[in-house]
Each structure stands twice: as structure tokens, then as C-alpha cells.
Design a protein around this ligand. Structure first.
Ligand SMILES: Cc1ncc(COP(=O)(O)O)c(C=O)c1O
Length: 351
């Protein structure tokens, strides 16, 4: 199969670019004594998780239990679920796989710790717990060091659980300030702080500057996207996944329609200063102004070069992770130029 054979819309991953993105991150972590634990949410592909481990990752991060179930096929032996698991269904599901790898889960409540404890009891396997704190995102995570200490104490007092340390997303200056307050409290309680896990691709290569991050969870760095370009952390050449679409209609000059809508590109924005729903690589002045499910409505200055009807166009998605989630397979361009279809096995894993 070659580029001309591609039936659109389709995500196309360039493996050479993937390799160019993976190696420097591993080298950076090795240089700074940071353990790399890539987040598979970006690619959701078993072979790529295996490749990240081959290059030196200490394990992987999954957001959901069902992603972890799929990723066990990669042979990776150390899995963090960076998401609070709450309730008996989750405890049973975690217990069913807990003996197949070394598992750690995030917790920001007593109930999440109880859920992990129940999974440990049911499975007989030890489960690590990372207490999650908020570094300003306003999502999950305790907001005071006192609350983090209380959860750490609960973990330490619970049979079957191992206090693995603390985690946050994204890691930033607030992370360092929080850790600076928490560490002496944990020391005074005789618990200590085994590890700080931080995440986020845009600032990944600056993590060592925070002086407290022991483990790095990054996902987007494997493919990059328009938001990474907007953040100054990547260029178009670093974008390994592009959506290939076809111009299916040109109703009037300055206006054309592609066969990629929300079902292909998602409706995620790219952030301030980057209008539209993706970057048309060969027509950078064009703006994908609106999406319906199957249509992308593009405007461009009619005086500028415009694609022809039937032409294939390449699009860098605004946010690449949910684009992976929309596709059963990606086409992968191998170093010899041939294309292969790879299963996105952990797509749709919402549980
Ligand atoms: C908890 C957590 N850790 C790590 C990551 C990876 O972040 P990035 O894709 O910016 O590398 C994410 C991304 O959403 C996340 O939610």
C-alpha cells in the first residue's frame, strides 16, 4: 500500500518521526535521573508501548483500567493507572489483573484508597498508591498538603497497599511548592516521600528545573500536535500523526469541504492564536472553520493556492490523543516507505 492508495479520512503515522520523538525524551530522562513512564493515552497501541519500554521506559501510564487490560499484551510489567478508581466494580476489575503486573493507582480520596485496598484483598497482590495533588489544573487531586498526608497515612495503615509517593498533572512551579511543604510533613510522620510523579509534554524537557520530579509521565510527545506547536514545544516536522483527508467539494472560491469532521478530527480547540480545527500542512493559510460530523468546512483567501477537487490534504490535529481514540486503526509509514495498518487496541476504553 502506498500514499496514493489511502482511502480517506485516515490517520497516518510516520514511524521515523515517532522514533525521532521517543529517543530524545528517553535520553533527557536518563541524563537527569528521571524515570520515564510514558502515558499510552496518546497512541493506545500495544506495539508502541512495547517500543517505549524497549527504549528504557520503566513502565507505562494508563488512564483507565480497560486500557491497562489491553496494554498487558505489550509485556510491560509496571503499570500506573493515573486516575482514581472508585467503587466495587473497579476493585473487582483491578483485582482480576493485579497479579499480572506491578500495579499502582492514583488516589485523592479515602474511597479511592479503600477501592485499591479491596482490589489488593481480592487478588492477594500488593497495589501501589500514589496520592494525587492538584498543581492548578482544578481537576482531580487534593489541594492541601494536610489532605495528602492524611491519605498517605491511610495507605500506610492499610494491608495490601504500598505508599508509592505523590503525583500531579501537569507538573509546574506549584508542584515544587506543594512538595516542599509536604515532604517535611511526611518525614515528620515517619512515612517519607518515596517518589514524585509529574506529567505533561509541553514542559517535559524542563522537568529537571523543578528539582522534585522523579518520574515523568508524558503522552503527546510521541506524536505531537498543533497544541504542542502552539506551546512552542514542537514543529510541524515533529508531528508524527497526520490525518489524511480528501477535498470533496468546492462550492465557491475561497471555500472548500474536506471529508474529515468531528468523527475524525474531534472538536478540540488548539488554544489561543490557533483558529480552526486542525492545521492544513500544505495550505497553512486555510482555516478549518467549522466541523459537522463528516464535513470540514474550510476557508482560504481565493488569491492563494487552493487544493483541487479530489486532492488529498494532510492535517495536523489540534489535540492528537482523542483523534487516536476515534480510529480502530492507524496507517503506519514504515522506514522503507510502505504503509501498514496497526490496531489502536486501547481505543474506546472508557471504563
Ligand atoms: C494524569 C496525566 N498524566 C500524564 C498525561 C500526559 O500529558 P501529555 O499528553 O501532555 O504528555 C496526562 C494527559 O492528559 C494526564 O492526564
Amino acid at each position: 500500500m502506498t500514499y496514493d492508495d489511502i482511502e480517506t479520512p485516515a490517520p497516518l503515522v510516520d514511524l521515523a518521526t515517532v522514533e525521532r520523538n521517543l529517543a530524545p525524551m528517553q535520553a533527557y530522562c536518563d541524563t537527569h535521573g528521571i524515570r520515564l513512564r510514558p502515558h499510552i493515552k496518546t497512541h493506545k497501541i500495544v506495539r508502541l508501548a512495547r517500543r517505549q519500554a524497549e527504549l528504557g521506559a520503566i513502565g507505562i501510564t494508563c488512564q483507565k483500567l480497560t486500557e491497562a487490560e489491553v496494554m498487558l499484551d505489550s509485556g510491560v510489567q509496571d503499570i500506573l493507572i493515573s486516575y482514581p478508581l472508585i467503587g466495587p466494580q473497579k476493585a473487582r476489575r483491578l483485582a482480576a489483573i493485579a497479579g499480572n503486573a506491578r500495579f499502582t493507582v492514583a488516589a485523592d480520596s479515602a474511597l479511592a484508597v479503600d477501592t485499591a485496598a479491596e482490589a489488593a484483598r481480592l487478588s492477594g497482590a500488593e497495589i501501589g498508591v500514589l496520592v494525587e495533588f492538584d498543581s492548578g489544573l482544578g481537576r482531580t487531586g487534593v489541594v492541601t498538603p494536610e489532605a495528602a498526608l492524611a491519605l498517605a497515612q491511610q495507605v500506610v495503615a492499610t494491608p495490601g497497599l504500598r505508599f508509592a509517593g505523590v503525583m500531579t498533572y501537569p507538573a509546574n512551579e506549584a508542584t515544587a511548592a506543594f512538595v516542599a511543604r509536604l515532604r517535611p510533613m511526611l518525614d515528620a510522620a515517619g512515612i517519607g516521600l518515596p517518589m514524585v510523579s509529574g506529567g505533561g509534554s509541553p514542559r517535559a524537557f524542563h522537568m529537571h528545573e523543578l528539582g522534585c520530579v522523579d518520574e515523568l509521565r508524558v503522552g503527546t510527545y510521541i506524536y505531537n500536535d498543533r497544541a504542542m506547536i502552539g506551546a512552542g514545544a514542537a514543529t510541524i516536522e515533529d508531528c508524527a500523526l497526520m490525518v489524511i483527508a480528501t477535498v470533496i467539494s468546492i462550492p465557491q472560491p475561497g471555500h472548500f469541504i474536506i471529508d474529515a469532521g468531528t468523527k475524525t478530527l474531534t472538536s478540540d480547540p488548539a488554544g489561543p492564536g490557533n483558529p480552526g480545527f486542525g492545521l492544513l500542512v500544505d495550505y497553512p493559510q486555510a482555516v478549518i472553520e467549522r466541523l459537522t460530523e463528516e464535513h470540514g468546512i474550510v476557508s482560504i483567501d481565493p488569491m492563494l493556492p487552493t487544493p483541487k477537487l479530489g486532492e488529498k490534504v494532510r492535517i495536523v490535529p489540534n489535540h492528537v490523543c482523542p483523534v487516536s481514540n476515534l480510529h480502530d486503526q492507524v496507517l503506519v509509514r514504515l522506514p522503507d516507505g510502505t504503509l501498514e495498518a496497526w490496531d489502536v487496541s486501547a481505543r474506546g476504553c472508557t471504563r
